[in-house]
Design a protein around this ligand. Structure first.
Ligand code: OGA
Ligand code: NI
Length: 319
């Protein structure tokens, strides 16, 4: 079997415009979403309504940001996880800088935009458009994913709409003679309900649950990737698992960019498994948790994945 076949099975492509069609077409799409979330934890969406120019401009303006002198970028440097704008680099020891990132809190936009980078001069406008579009789309996809779990499409909608949106822009330098470390972002799942991700070139890999091997996620023109996050694993009581992923650096001379939009609930809003998904056959598997719990966990330096810390150990399953 060719590797492109593997890709298509691992990262199904879902045409979101079909959700506006007749009942039967709509339920086919919802079924596809259910299947993708269960088997892969990731899918690609096309005809999602975000104009391609918005995505292209966002990649370009961030490329220009990362090309600025370190002195300007360093203004945003901080170890504080709560900082609304945070720049950082990931050092690979002798390998030098492996990647740079900028993290922006992006909702509510009006309250945060004045803290965003002023240069390049069009940064705020372009990223404002991009993050608002990504937020809108995330909310829409969450509705369809709720339906795929037989919950109301509006379940948690108000909480998600009020929720924190954080956007991470990652810039990975290519591997070269003196800088051969392949792994950029090491394996993790995202703390989000879902993450929307745009990648400029190949580099994202997900763990295939069938053979436990890393598989590269193809770059599909015009598509965006949807990743199931930790919060979704909790709300679905483990029905959809957060997808384990990482980013690798590739050869060539191009810097790879990715833009990830993490949709969460408010800082202290506790999310628990949906009551409808908890029953005798499916006892509650997760404790409620909120974004602040996650940030505290990160700040503590604890290496255990966050989602593991909220799992309820069910004595009946211990052999
Ligand atoms: C992330 C992430 C992957 C990538 O920012 O959480 O997983 O391709 N990024 O950069
Ligand atoms: Ni991630």
């Amino acid at each position: 079997m060719g590797s492109s076949t593997d890709y298509n099975m691992l990262v199904p492509i879902i045409d979101l415009s079909l959700l506006q069609k007749d009942h039967q077409t709509r339920s086919l799409v919802i079924n596809q979403i259910r299947e993708s979330c269960r088997t892969a934890g990731i899918f690609a969406v096309i005809n999602h309504g975000i104009p391609e120019t918005i995505a292209e401009e966002a990649l370009t303006v961030n490329k220009n940001f990362f090309n600025l002198p370190l002195k300007i970028k360093e203004e945003f440097f901080s170890p504080d996880m709560y900082k609304p704008v945070k720049y950082g680099t990931n050092q690979g020891g002798a390998h030098g800088i492996l990647w740079e990132y900028l993290k922006l809190y992006s909702h509510p936009f009006e309250k945060l935009v004045d803290l965003w980078p002023k240069s390049p001069p069009d940064y705020r406008e372009i990223m404002g458009n991009c993050t608002m579009e990504m937020r809108k789309l995330s909310i829409q996809i969450c509705g369809a994913m709720m339906e795929s779990l037989d919950l109301e499409a509006t379940y948690l909608k108000a909480e998600i709409e009020k929720g924190v949106q954080m956007v991470a822009i990652n810039s990975y330098s290519p591997i070269s003679g003196s800088n051969m470390k392949i792994i950029g972002a090491s394996q993790h799942s995202d703390f989000s309900v879902i993450t929307l991700l745009l990648q400029s070139s190949l580099g994202l890999q997900v763990m295939d649950k069938n053979d436990k091997k890393w598989k590269s996620v193809p770059v599909i023109k015009g598509a965006l990737l949807v990743l199931v996050g930790d919060l979704w694993e909790v709300l679905s009581n483990g029905e959809y698992k957060a997808v384990l992923h990482r980013a690798i650096r590739t050869s060539g001379n191009e810097t790879r960019l990715s833009i990830a939009s993490f949709q969460s609930l408010e800082m202290d809003e506790i999310l628990e498994p949906a009551m409808k998904l908890v029953n005798e056959d499916h006892p509650e598997q997760y404790r409620g948790c909120c974004l602040r719990d996650y940030l505290k966990h990160r700040a503590s330096g604890e290496s255990k994945p966050f989602v593991e810390t909220v799992k309820i150990i069910n004595s009946a399953t211990i052999q």
